[in-house]
Design a protein around this ligand. Sequence first.
Ligand code: C5P
Length: 405
Amino acid sequence: MTDIEHMLAGKKVFLIIAGGIAAYKSLDLIRRLQDQGATVRCCLTENGKQFVTPMAVSALSQGPVYTDQFSLKDESEMGHIELSRQSDILVVAPATANILARMAAGIADELATTLILATDKPVLVAPAMNVRMWLHAATQANVATLKSRGIAFVGPEDGAMACNEFGPGRLAEVPEIVKAIVGVVNPRRPLAGRHALVTSGPTVEPIDPVRFIANRSSGKQGHAIAAALAALGARVTLVSGPTGLADPAGVEVVRIETAKQMLAACEAALPADVAVCAAAVADWGVAAVAGQKLKKQVGDPPPTIALTANPDILATLSAPGPHRPRLVVGFAAETETVVAHAKAKRARKGCDWILANDVSAATGTFGGDRNQVTLISATGCDPWPALSKQAVAARLADLIAEALS
Ligand code: C5P
């Protein structure tokens, strides 16, 4: 923590403690924020009061604890709207599945949710809940909605939980939450003034008006990279095939279907300082797309579909020329001899860096939330540990900022 010593001097943090067993860690969070020079004001949700007492929170934060939506005293001293706006950041830690759902739906049913809805300040959320609640489609949809609205997240982490289960859902470690708060309150913007082009998702190659060839790419890694570059201040153009993902906040998204459309959109977005090609581009399109649905006639043999090579977007962007981005980064999704294939690919495509990853079924990378990559550059190979796709993106964005500085 020494690297961010006093990084919150003079800052006001408004901490909302929701009702989960991890609420006891919020007491430590209050202390660690004060160590960094922050003033902390707290609000307990109705459920939060079941896990930590207003007295403990008040004693540690050395101030009043707000709990009551209809407190005449608070309203006469300082209205709820004012309360939500006089801080530099609102932090929800721990955030339960319930409060995430209420935030996503815009429900203001108690003081905490009213403050979140009324604030004009950045909001950071540190979720903590049972693994199944975190992985539930409803929670994941709420998280995607909140992220697309610019709400920042830290965690949850994998780990053993109070309910004796193991998996994602554990509150991020307190120093990580402090670091995330510092990141939101004092954002580093080393990529301000830079333009980043990112490709993401699959491409879809039509056979006829109803059928197409596609692949299993979810777009999670490419979208996370676009968000991480934007978080460092870059202007980001994200050229994406169809995904089920929300648009990352603050990113210009260009939606395309085919590889040819992706190339045209990328070329239209140039010049760029950096290009990251994370899309799983179809290598082949259909040579002659049928204008009408191909008909199945009883007794006919199955049709033969002739394919034609698609443009290689990464190789095109990497080719020397006046509009070549200073840094071009590709991915090498392989299922065997990953690093050797990726090194050859870097040379063949002419890009500067390749992130090699194993996408064989056992790794769960395609569609999953984690990725283990090796960064291959002119200077050698750097294997990264298995990380969330967000963490891979953040690490790559930091390296890009360093390379462009
Ligand atoms: O050749 P391969 O598909 O394995 O190369 C992967 C890398 O090349 C990825 O960065 C991918 O985004 C990019 N690529 C591309 N256009 C293609 C094929 C791949 O940009 N037509």
